[in-house]
Design a protein around this ligand. Structure first.
Ligand SMILES: Cc1ncc(COP(=O)(O)O)c(C=O)c1O
Length: 373
């Protein structure tokens, strides 16, 4: 049996006709940049993610750049970022001329390590930090991060690109953040039909600044309060996302069932690896199947899985400190936990609509790879 790593068509199929009708309406009304459907989406996102103000934008990377700028992050400021994450947070910091400082992950929850973050601040005096809610959950120390950053005057931007639906002690992760972001890249838990993103804040003044920054810093049509960006969404993406939102609970449920299957399966083989899921107190969204191999490298496992017809990924095969542009960056330790995890991680197929048979075939193939190597 061949299993794809991801199959987006399965979430599109149930709402395909409605999407086509919506897109026809967008064409008829030339709703290409901003407009009423984007406004409707912002309202709906604010409601479901329990965030007071939501502002749509062009992608999750722009959301980070705009978020940093809205929080007052300036060129030269030191900004902490976890060493294990997608490259975009590093880019966002660098693009506004600030200085990324790499912080290791905690090996238990795989998120930026709070104790190391504090030590790093004592040494380097962070002006800001990007806390990434990574892999489908968030830090068990999220409350401590927020409190500490407030006390120390560190601007905290929360990257929720991967965390649609994640809850921390019962509360949406987007609720308690001063500014947070999301990505609607198609493979995300809530994905668009192209690139798209959004920013959230409970602060109405910040929401205005964020909205202006994503629209050329505009005050009026040809008057400007800021040097901003062009990062707007149009009706095509907004209407697609609204259709996906109609079925998002079932989509997340399907992801969580697959995640639970893999966990139960591999918990019986602790000698081979560890399956990570949301830690206690956190509700995960099943974004990825996260398996850390104990002995065999993730690359070797991935090669075997591919030979067996099982799609897989390695999120992330290398950390930020191993990339060319990050050489010479400040770091708060030897970053060993993130680098070790990256060498050993393997992700099995996991997407909305994956079948039980596909999960079984994927798990069996990985077990065979463990046994053979
Ligand atoms: C943690 C994280 N931050 C930021 C981004 C950037 O989002 P986008 O691809 O929408 O620009 C992504 C994903 O793509 C991500 O996973």
């Amino acid at each position: 049996m061949r299993v794809p790593f991801i199959d987006l068509k399965r979430s599109i199929e149930p709402v395909r006709e409605q999407i086509l009708a919506d897109w026809t309406r967008c064409l008829d009304h030339t709703e290409f940049v901003s407009g009423p459907t984007v406004q409707k989406l912002e309202k709906e996102l604010g409601r479901v993610l329990e965030a007071e103000h939501a502002v749509a934008c062009a992608n999750g990377t722009d959301a980070l750049i705009i978020g940093l700028q809205a929080l007052g992050v300036k060129a030269g400021m030191r900004v902490a970022v976890p060493n294990m994450t997608f490259w975009a947070p590093f880019e966002a910091i660098a693009q506004i001329g600030a200085e990324p400082v790499l912080v290791d992950i905690n090996p238990d929850d795989l998120q930026m390590d709070f104790e190391e973050f504090k030590r790093g601040h004592e040494k380097y005096r962070f002006g800001a930090a990007i806390l990434v809610h990574l892999l489908g959950w968030t830090s068990t120390r999220l409350g401590d991060f927020r409190k500490y950053c407030k006390e120390e005057g560190i601007h905290l931007l929360e990257d929720g690109a991967q965390s649609y639906g994640v809850r921390y002690h019962g509360e949406s992760v987007y609720t308690g953040a001063e500014v947070s972001t999301i990505s609607f890249y198609p493979a995300k838990v809530l994905g668009a039909a192209g690139d798209a993103g959004a920013m959230f804040t409970p602060n109405p003044k910040l929401a205005e600044v964020i909205r202006a920054l994503g629209n050329h810093g505009r005050a009026g049509h040809y008057t400007y309060d800021y040097v901003g960006w062009n990062s707007r969404m149009g009706g095509i993406q907004a209407s697609f996302l609204l259709r996906m939102l109609e079925q998002i609970d079932a989509m997340i449920d399907s992801r969580l069932q697959a995640e639970a299957y893999y966990k139960e399966f591999f918990d019986a083989y602790p000698q081979y690896g560890r399956v990570y899921t949301a830690p206690e107190g956190i509700t995960g969204n099943g974004y990825l199947s996260v398996i850390q191999s104990h002995k065999v490298s993730g690359d070797d496992l991935a090669a075997r899985l591919r030979d067996a017809g099982i799609g897989c990924a390695r999120t992330y095969p290398q950390t930020l400190c191993e990339q060319g542009p990050s050489q010479g960056c400040l770091r708060t330790s030897d970053l060993q936990h993130s680098q070790r995890f990256s060498r050993m991680v393997i992700n099995l197929p996991l997407f909305a609509g994956i079948t039980r048979e596909e999960c079984e075939a994927s798990a069996q193939a990985l077990l065979q790879a463990f046994e053979a190597l």
